[in-house]
Design a protein around this ligand. Structure first.
Ligand code: ADP
Length: 434
């Protein structure tokens, strides 16, 4: 304020001087105009100095001026210095981040909000074949053109990574993961999982081969055991009992081998290209019939089929009949096996704009929610002795999961101990036809 009133006094002083000198010459108005003009000229000169300082040499010392202008120059200079310091610090931090990203073995590509590439590390140059000057600013899908990547990138659901063959070396398998950050920007990371993929492939081949090789000897053993079983009456009782047990175990092993083979086939053949039109009602009726037959000797269970009325209920499902029959049968048979006498099982079909749903609901013993996330793992059992006794292989829900994956669908499980269980196969709208 002090500086400001000084400025005002200076203006008033110059105006008064002008009027005084003008009055002496008999033209006070002209004197006032000269006084005001001189003030204006002083301010214009300072303004010009400010302009030149800001535009030409912003980092030089500010011009020297008395009063309000001097204060203004000083404050601007201090502000500019502080900004410069912050900018330097940010730049150093950015460089450190880029240096650490450089050191990564994974490819890192920074994308702006449109998906254009802004920066990448040298691993990305080697792994994805990005060229420094040429590719900067290009859209990522101009470089990674595989339709599965284009769909993944545009889909905006990056919860799961995407595995694809490298765009520059078809012997390499890459896993892509996109993460969002900042204001709509995205970070693409790619890592080489060729070794892991090969090991996984070896594991699958090994399981498939062993299961396949076990099949013939098991069939022979089961065949002979059946023959001896027919002769059980003529054998000593101890031997007869042993043969009965051997038959039960052989049949369990056959189920296990068949489930392992089915699972290997589902894993190896990832296509899921079978798009037959299926009527969900007929499918569920067939499965309900089998479930009643399974529960028959336990005289238990009521099995019902509920189909939504109207158009939605008549919608068809696109997929492989054998695979879907096997998946939903697994759910229905589990419902029979894990529910006590007198229970009720419902097989339900409904659809809406978000997709189609096959539900298998029972009012049996239910499952503790802590087990639910792991139920679809191979051989995961809530109660091992119970499952083995009920004839399960421990692969049923793993098969369901893989079949659904091949049908643009996923499994949802809702259950609580003592409150029954609901298994829902949720199909994407692409799998529905009116
Ligand atoms: P299993 O051959 O042991 O039945 P699954 O993969 O089919 O293997 O099922 C995994 C586990 O999930 C079972 O061991 C069982 O504990 C539990 N489970 C599956 N379905 C039901 C159900 N309807 N009610 C209660 N528990 C169930």
């Amino acid at each position: 304020m002090r500086l400001w009133s000084r400025e005002l006094w200076q203006l008033a002083g110059l105006a008064a001087l002008g009027v005084g000198l003008g009055s002496l010459l008999g033209a006070w108005a002209l004197g006032l105009a000269v006084g005001l003009g001189a003030t204006l000229a002083i301010h214009l000169i300072r303004l010009r100095a400010l302009y030149r300082w800001l535009t030409r040499t912003p980092r030089a010392e500010p011009p020297v001026a008395p009063g309000l202008w001097g204060e203004l120059f000083d404050r601007l200079y201090r502000y500019q210095k502080a900004q410069h310091l912050i900018q330097n610090r940010l730049q150093a931090r950015l460089e450190r981040i880029q240096q650490s990203s450089e050191a990564l073995r994974e490819s890192v590509v920074m994308l702006d909000r449109h998906g254009d590439m802004q920066w990448w590390n040298s691993a990305a140059t080697d792994m994805l074949g990005l060229v420094a000057g040429h590719d900067r600013g290009q859209h990522i899908t101009n470089l990674l053109r595989d339709p599965r990547f284009v769909r993944y990138f545009a889909g905006c659901d990056y919860a799961e990574p995407l595995t694809l063959i490298s765009p520059i070396d078809e012997r390499c398998i890459l896993e892509y993961q996109v993460t969002r950050y900042g204001d709509g920007e995205r970070l693409l990371m790619a890592r080489d999982i060729t070794r892991l993929h090969r090991l996984e492939q070896m594991r699958r081949d090994f399981v498939a081969n062993v299961s396949h090789e076990l099949r013939t000897p098991l069939t022979v053993l089961a065949g002979y055991l059946e023959t001896y079983g027919d002769l059980a009456d003529t054998l000593p009782p101890r031997l007869g009992r042993g043969i009965g047990q051997m038959q039960a175990q052989a049949s369990r092993m056959q189920n296990l081998v068949n489930d392992l083979l089915l699972l290997s086939r589902l894993e190896i053949d990832q296509g899921g290209e079978d798009h037959a039109r299926l009527a969900p009602e007929a499918l569920l009726e067939r499965i309900a019939f089998d479930a009643r037959a399974l529960s028959g000797d336990r005289h238990v269970i009521e099995v019902e089929v509920e189909i939504e009325r109207g158009e939605a209920g008549r919608a068809a499902l696109l997929g492989s009949e054998a695979e879907l029959q096997s998946a939903v049968s697994n759910l229905a048979f589990n419902a029979v096996r894990y529910t006590p006498e007198g229970s009720r099982i419902v097989l339900r079909w409904r659809s809406d704009a978000s997709g189609g749903f096959i539900e298998v609901e029972d009012d049996g013993e239910g499952i503790d929610p802590m087990h639910i996330p792991r139920l679809t793992e191979r051989f995961y059992r809530v109660d091992k002795s119970r499952s083995t006794a009920s004839g399960g292989t421990g692969l049923g829900l793993a098969i369901v999961k893989h079949v659904l994956l091949r049908h643009d669908a996923h499994l949802e499980i809702d259950s609580h101990p003592g409150a029954g269980a609901l298994f829902r196969c949720a199909f994407a709208p692409v799998r529905l036809r009116p």
